[in-house]
Design a binder for this molecule. Sequence first.
Ligand code: BJW
Ligand code: ZN
Length: 259
Amino acid sequence: MTPTEPPRTPPDLVERLRNARRVLVLTGAGASAESGIPTFRDALTGLWSRFDAESLATPGAFARDPELVWGWYEWRRMKALLAEPNPGHRAIAALATRVPHLTLVTQNVDHLHERAGSPQVLHLHGSLHSPRCARCGQPQALPPGIPQEPEGGRRLAPPRCALCGGPVRPGVVWFGESLPETELARAWASAQGCELCLSVGTSGLVYPAADLPRVALAAGATLAQVNPTATPIDDLAHHNLRGTAGAILPGLVRAAWGA
Ligand code: BJW
Ligand code: ZN
């Protein structure tokens, strides 16, 4: 194998994928890394590097410093709008055309799965593109303007709600907040009923999403993971595909169904 060649896909995983009727794919920030979107735990790069992502993604941080938090999310929204889906996103979209029942559950808020053509995406942590009023909950229009290369570290005043004057917040799920009920219930049911669970590009540190691979495993599914580095489910997974989503997933789909 040359150094640039992606690792070979385990034949028993290929066989399992080809024959599975129900597959759950769970993605995290690593799935979008090759689109140029920093992962969540690397998200505070450049001018944002003096902050800590986990302490910004909370309702308390927004209440204390709405300009800081809104500025960070607008920076990330611009980055997402300017990014393109990568081969990993496209391979997952292709999987949905091959597997009879594929459930795609993402923790990502960037909408790159949809833009790659995935027909149905369960968003566990909300979206960068659906702001709402922090006071009355009313959905809000996105701030107008053409996406521009964002300048890091800029504070921005959040818009005000047209109904009640409250500050507008990003439509994402912060620490301590509940996940959307319907999406979580569907994700759980899929974990309980799948034959194969593919966990892609997630550190597995954030719950309840991090439970899904374990639920699938407990229900008898094969568990495979795609990640260049170790995670807490390494010892549980039947297959650890050590590499990036963009390098591994297209090869997996090709191995199962040809070019
Ligand atoms: C590549 C790659 C490449 C790089 N290819 N891979 C049970 C136990 C302990 C704590 C809790 C628990 N249950 C609930 C909690 C509390 C909390 C929690 O989990 N805390 C932990 C930190 C311990 N959970 C919550 O608060 C959740 N709410 C909840 O449970 O409500 C009920 C409740 C309420 C109150 C009290 C008790 C219960 C809500 C969690 C919401 C998380 N939201 C965020 C922010 C969303 C908006 C935003 O993006 O800003 O979601 S946090 C952040 O982490 C974000 C991500 O979606 C999420 C997961 O991160 P992810 O995607 O895994 O990214 P990274 O950066 O961590 O990892 C990237 C990975 O990619 C790495 O492994 C790389 O190696 C890899 N990679 N390049 C493939 N090219
Ligand atoms: Zn309002």
